[in-house]
Design a protein around this ligand. Structure first.
Ligand code: GLA
Length: 375
């Protein structure tokens, strides 16, 4: 859980932004909610390496250097992350780490960096698995524990090889702040929330503690409707995706912060089993997803995909909610589960009766189901 500069600021970043963000992690309750990493994306480095080939921070944007900034973040009890790229240049044209992997890893470790996002532009004929393994090994040699975030957009199926290479891997091209759109940039596209959710079928098997499918930095607070933000956040939690904020915390409104710090929803994301959720059904404009949790509990989301208000009548006996991969099933026939609405924070009875709810356009009902003790 953390924050990344890219979605809102692109390369327009500086040390004040990081310090303000670290302060706001504490004052807005984000730190208490579990957000920990503050990550600078592309554009933190000078346009050229120094005379010894070292990657250095842009002296205008970061006049005090990266170590001082990392110290500031650490003093708040938070962690600090940086970005680099497996290619010769980053996507925004700054120096990449190709051919400098061990040198750069040592610089990052010496600045006490805790997280590295490693991108995939300008890689020409590089082999993806090999390139990411090289940086993994370089980080290990540098001797500091650094979370390694793989960002090759799912082009080379990292879910098939990256479990022992990185801690998370992007599964798609870049997110953009819309519900279900594709934005064509000529040669590449960015993707709305539901485009990303629907992009990869059947890769949930690859996710688990310390090796996650990464649905990209979130767009909560970046212009979608409050209901859409809520659904977006709920789905990232159901999917056990890393939760990386992508908004400007200095102008975040209370609704945004309320969504992002909802501790019961976050608990679904952070559940110790670490199982990525799955689609139960999508009919009549309702997407239904489920995630098995510790202690025989389940979380479920019911998302209104239509642009009208919708009355939900969900009969628990209608179909089977079953995680075939993990051999887990909602045992509706033999047990009752209590139901809690995790956004309204209220109890909704139990599974002996239909689940009835009114869902606004693109809104979500997210529930926690807990097995009742049998009499
Ligand atoms: C790629 C990544 C983004 C961001 C930019 C930076 O597009 O997918 O998340 O890091 O590069 O240039």
């Amino acid at each position: 859980m953390g924050w990344n500069s890219w979605n809102t600021f692109a390369t327009d970043i500086d040390e004040k932004l990081v310090m303000d963000t670290a302060d706001l992690f504490v004052t807005l309750g984000l730190k208490d909610a579990g957000y920990e990493y503050i990550v600078l994306d592309d554009g933190w480095m000078a346009k050229e390496r120094d005379e010894n080939g070292n990657m250095v921070a842009d002296p205008q944007k970061f006049p005090n250097g990266m170590k001082a900034l990392a110290d500031y973040v650490h003093d708040k009890g938070l962690k600090f992350g940086l970005y680099s790229c497996a290619g010769s240049k980053t996507c925004a044209g700054y120096p990449g780490s190709r051919g400098h992997e061990y040198q750069d890893a040592r610089s990052f470790a010496s600045w006490e960096v805790d997280f590295l996002k490693y991108d995939w532009c300008n890689t020409e004929n590089l082999n993806a698995q090999g390139a990411y393994e090289t940086m993994r090994d370089a980080l290990a040699k540098a001797g500091r524990p650094i979370l390694f975030s793989i960002c090759e957009w799912g082009n080379n199926q990292p879910w098939e090889w990256a479990e022992n290479v990185g801690h998370m891997w992007r599964v798609s091209g870049d997110i953009t702040n819309c519900w279900d759109c594709e934005v064509d940039h000529g040669g590449w596209s960015s993707w709305g929330v539901w485009k990303i959710i629907n992009m990869r079928e059947n890769i949930r098997y690859a996710a688990g503690p310390d090796h996650w499918n990464d649905l990209d930095m979130m767009e909560v607070g970046n212009g979608m409707a409050v209901a859409e933000d809520r659904s977006h956040f709920a789905m990232w939690c159901i999917m056990a995706s890393p939760l990386i904020l992508g908004n400007d915390l200095r102008i975040a409104n209370t609704k945004t912060i309320e969504t992002l710090t909802n501790s019961e929803v976050i608990a679904v994301s952070q559940d110790p089993l670490g199982i990525q959720g799955f689609r139960v059904s999508n009919k009549d404009s309702v997407e239904i997803w489920a995630k098995p949790l510790f202690n025989d509990a389940w979380a479920m989301t019911f998302v209104n995909m239509s642009d009208k208000v919708l009355e939900l009548h969900y009969d628990w006996h209608d179909g089977v909610v079953e995680d075939k991969l993990n051999d887990l099933k909602l045992e509706i026939g033999t047990h009752r589960y209590t139901i809690k609405d995790l956004f309204q924070h209220k109890k909704l009875g139990d599974t002996s009766r239909k689940l009835e709810a009114t869902l606004d356009q693109h809104d979500v009902l997210m529930v926690l189901l807990e097995k009742k003790e049998e009499p």
